[in-house]
Write a protein that binds this ligand. Sequence first.
Ligand SMILES: [Zn+2]
Length: 246
Amino acid sequence: MSVEVRRVPLDFDAPLGQVWQGYVAPAELRMPLCPACRYGHTAAREWLETFTHLLLMLADETTAAVRRKRARGQATTMHPYFQHLLDQPPTRPGDDIEELTVGLAGRPPRDGMHDGLDRWNATKAIITAAGLDPQTWGVCARCSGEGRIEACPGQAAQLAAWQPVPPPEGPGWQLWSTSGDPTPTTPVFATADGLVDHLVREQGYREAAARQVIADGGSIGSLWLVGGQPYHAARDADQTAVMRKE
Ligand SMILES: [Zn+2]
C-alpha cells in the first residue's frame, strides 16, 4: 500500500478511510454499466480469452516445468483444467510449446507463467491471425468497448472534462493511502513528531520507520522482497532506505 504525507489545514476533518470527496466524480457524471456486456467485449471474445489463457498455461505444463516444480517440492500433476479435455494427448507438451506461447504473447513466460497482459496480447494475435481486426472484432457495439454507457447525451465528454480537486493545504501533518484514490488514514497533527508518535502507537511502526516515511514524504508499493525476505514499504521504510543507499 503506497502512502503519502500530506500537509493539510489543522482543522481538516475529512472522514478517515474514505476517498477525499474532491477525488470522487459527482454522481450525475457517473456512467452506468453497459447492459450488453461485462467489460466491453462480446461473449465470443471472452470465450476466446478463456481459451487463450488455457493455451498459455501449457507453458507451465512442459517436462521442463515438471522438473522445476519437482526440485521445489511442488505438485507436478497437470492443472485440473486440462484433465477433462477431449482427445487428450498421452504425454505432456514438450518445450516447443513455449515457442508458440512466446510468439503469441510477444514475450517469454516468467517462471513458466504468462500474465494477464500476455493473455491480452495473445488474444489479439489470434484474432489477427484469423484475418480480423482486434480493434473491432469482439468489441461490444453498445458501449464501443468502454464497458459503460452514457446516462444522458454528452455525459462522457463532461466526465472527461471533470478535474479532481485536491485537499486544501495547511500546516498540519496527515498520512494518506495513495494505492487507489487518495484517502486520509490518520488524524491531522500539528507537528511531524505528532504524526510519528501516532504511527508508532496506533499503527505499529518502529519510530525510525515512521521518521523515514515522513522524511521521504511517503512510500511507494506494498512489499519489497530482498533475498527472499519481505519488507513492508512503509513499516520497514528505515531498513529499505538503507538498502536503497547500498
Ligand atoms: Zn458493452
